[in-house]
Design a protein around this ligand. Structure first.
Ligand code: HXC
Length: 518
């Protein structure tokens, strides 16, 4: 090649122009808001020297713009490409707010669509780092159609490759559906927000004053709406957490999750497990204390920690292999199942099932939350989602009934009749149609009404019910659970059961798809 020739010179000039496009002033603007630039984010995400950028020189379409102007820049406000994250191939895009507010025009969208298609073809995860004012106003319907193509690709890649999203600035308008359609959403506290209509519209329509953070900040979506699953205080920690998270997941739905070496520091038999559940069945304890004693040391990655904390979900490792954990949390609302925990659990289970991640269920649930609020808001419809998700899941599924397993909640939480593979119970388990108080009140209504000392009579009957019915032994004798186990051997039992299930294969009849109650 002639290195002094015209085309080589043009090549160098273009490289130089691309570098100059990102001025220190632009970077400073991002930094002053506590945000990094798109290039800095890409730099943090990928293993050093592995990122390969695609389409760095594409420019916005030179279509006529009737209103405002489109800046003609290299890359059109989004960096796309592939590289290695912890040594594994990943595709990613990072929107650049310094270029027209990271707004999504026709070309910007085409770049994202291109890597979405490549990630799907290669069977690799895709990560979107969002920092955008949404559809580019000047490009009108072309940018809307760009969003539609992105949504379409996310939906058609769903369950085939993991799709993760990090919100690192605004995500406004219909653009929020792009993250909402992905598997897991990470947000940065105080610098990111998502809403369908912003504070200005809220003021105009409802005459309410609300800040962006109050309306759609990370804490709102992490704890109230459930849109965001993981929240961190700055971008660096968010990206580091995302990299750690990715290590639990397979690259696609035909691979198994990657295994790591188990350092052997969690004992397979641990007598401390016998002391966690209080003697008083109405006393709370922290289910996470049990989780920590049965998984590989420090391997729990909790998802949606702040949303519906009465149900704990997350990934962990057992002898180095990824499992998904779904656990009632007696510490919050006595671990009851309500609308939010049902949808949280259902979505998590479906992710695990799509990506070959075995599920461990730890059960201590008094039932579904009663009351007008829940009934009117559709606990029947939403509870059915959890039922559907468990029953549909074909990955290995093990339950350990720690304490309460009453009524419909016993069925829902991965009972054997719902297709659960192994079901163990601790001696503290209470398996029955309903709790002692309710059962006594219904069965002895007349007798209690006629009793001279109803309180004493009720106490006796509750005691009798506990001894006779609310225990694991009847279910054990009838084969509805597989074994009552000493809590100390729980890890050993689970490891052995998952190992027995490692070649589990279920043939499901062909159909277009089930009709999950949505
Ligand atoms: C074109 C945009 C833009 C947009 C921001 N900019 N949003 N350009 N289209 N959607 C430009 C601004 O003009 C400005 O350009 C630069 O980006 C930075 O914006 P600022 O407003 O100065 O920044 P800031 O004060 O931080 O406010 C950020 C913001 C605000 C909250 C995102 O810009 C905003 O409200 N934008 C509009 C949000 C929105 O409603 N988008 C449409 C959503 S509807 P200069 O040249 O001054 O630097 C949608 C439909 C999707 O997305 C449909 C899917 C089905």
């Amino acid at each position: 090649m002639d290195l002094s020739g015209k085309s080589y010179k043009a090549f160098l000039e273009r490289q130089e122009a691309l570098k100059k496009q990102y001025s220190p002033k632009q970077a400073e603007k991002q930094h002053s808001k506590g945000k990094l630039t798109a290039r800095e984010r890409i730099g943090l995400l990928f293993d050093e020297g592995t990122f390969e950028e695609i389409d760095a020189f594409v420019t916005p379409a030179s279509q006529p713009v009737e209103f405002g102007k489109v800046e003609i820049t290299y890359g059109d406000g989004v960096i796309v490409g592939h590289g290695k994250v912890n040594g594994r191939l990943v595709f990613a895009f990072a929107q650049d707010f310094t270029i027209m507010g990271g707004s999504l025009g026709y070309v910007h969208a085409k770049k994202i669509v291109k890597i979405q298609e490549m990630a799907l073809k290669m069977g690799t995860p895709i990560i979107g780092m969002m920092d955008s004012g949404g559809a580019r106003i000047q490009e009108g319907v072309a940018s809307l159609s760009g969003y539609a193509s992105i949504f379409h690709n996310i939906i058609h890649s769903s369950g085939i490759i993991p799709q993760l999203c990090v919100i690192m600035g605004p995500a406004a308008g219909g653009a929020v559906y792009s993250p909402a359609l992905t598997d897991f959403v990470f947000m940065v506290n105080h610098t990111s927000y998502m809403f369908v209509t912003g504070p200005q519209v809220v003021k105009e329509v409802l005459n309410e004053d609300v800040t962006s953070d109050e309306l759609g900040g990370a804490m709102v979506h992490g704890s109230k709406s459930g849109v965001a699953h993981m929240i961190y205080d700055d971008e660096e920690n968010t990206i580091m957490a995302l990299k750690k998270f990715l290590a639990y997941l397979p690259s696609n739905n035909v691979e198994n999750p990657p295994a790591v070496a188990d350092d052997g520091s969690t004992p397979d038999i641990n007598e401390k497990l016998r002391d966690i559940v209080p003697d008083d069945p109405n006393k709370a304890y922290d289910i996470k204390d049990i989780i920590q004693l049965i998984i590989d040391k420090n391997s729990f990655f909790e998802t949606a920690e702040l949303f519906a904390p009465n149900l704990v979900t997350g990934f962990a490792r057992l002898k180095g292999k990824t499992i998904g954990i779904v656990a009632n949390q007696p510490k919050v609302l006595a671990g009851v199942l309500d609308i939010d925990s049902s949808t949280k659990g259902a979505r998590f289970i479906r992710f695990c099932d799509a990506f070959n991640i075995p599920i461990l269920t730890l059960e201590d649930v008094p039932g579904f939350l009663p009351g007008k609020d829940q009934e009117h808001a559709g606990i029947i419809r939403h509870g059915a989602k959890l039922l559907f998700a468990y029953s549909e899941a074909t990955v290995p599924r093990i339950t350990v009934i720690i304490r309460k397993a009453y009524g419909g909640a016993f069925i829902v939480m991965n009972s054997k009749s719902l297709g659960g593979d192994f079901s163990f119970a601790w001696p503290t388990a209470e398996i029955a149609v309903m709790g002692p108080d309710g059962a006594v009140a219904i069965l002895y209504k007349k007798e209690l009404a006629e009793s001279k000392n109803p309180a004493e009579m009720k106490k006796e009957l509750v005691k009798k019910y506990r001894n006779k019915i609310a225990n694991p032994f009847i279910a054990d004798e009838l084969g509805y659970i597989d074994e009552v186990i000493d809590p100390a051997v729980t890890r050993k039992k689970i490891i052995s059961a998952f190992s027995a299930l490692s070649n589990k294969w279920v043939k499901v009849p062909s159909r277009k798809h089930g009709n999950m109650p949505l």
